[in-house]
Design a protein around this ligand. Sequence first.
Ligand code: HEC
Length: 140
Amino acid sequence: MLRRVVVIAVVALAVSAPVASAQQKVEKVPITATSPADAQEMFATYCAVCHGKDAKGNGPAAAALTKAPADLTRISTRNKGTFPDTRVRRFIEGLDEVAAHGTRDMPMWGSLFRSLSTQNPDIAQLRIAALANYLKTLQQ
Ligand code: HEC
C-alpha cells in the first residue's frame, strides 16, 4: 500500500476580488519527483520554500514555522570553519531526530525520498548525498 507523503509548499490563493498583492498560504502537497542527480533542482523543489532560493533561511514559508529555517550558507561558519558532512546528511535524512524532544519543523527527507523510488532505496541516499554536497558549495 502506498503511504501518503507530503511536503510543504506555498501556494497562491485564488482570490475573487482583484488585490494589490498576491495572497499566499502554506499547504502540504504530495511530493513531486525530481532528478536524483540534479541537486540544484532538488533544492529549488524541496528546500527553497523554507530555506529560500539563496539558502539563507528566508523562504516564503519561513514565517509560518515555529523555528526559523537555518541559514544553510553558514553551516561551516557555525562549525568552526569545517563543513560537517555526516551531520548534515543525517540531519537531512532525519536520523538524529528520534531521540530528540518533540518534533521538528523540517521534514524527514529520508522517508520522503524513499517514497519516490521504492524499488531502490540507494537512490534516496544519492539524493541526500547530492544535496549535502550542494550545500557544501554554498558555504560562505
Ligand atoms: C518546512 C520547512 C523546511 C523545509 C522544506 C526544509 N527545511 Fe531544512 N530546516 C528547517 C528548519 C526550521 C531548520 C532549523 C532546525 C530545526 O528544525 O531543528 C532546518 C535546518 C536544516 C539544516 C541544519 C543546518 C545546521 O546548521 O545544522 C540543514 C542541513 C537543512 N535544514 C537542509 C535542508 C534541505 C537540504 C532541505 C530540502 C531537501 C530542507 N532543509 C528543507 C526547515 C525546513
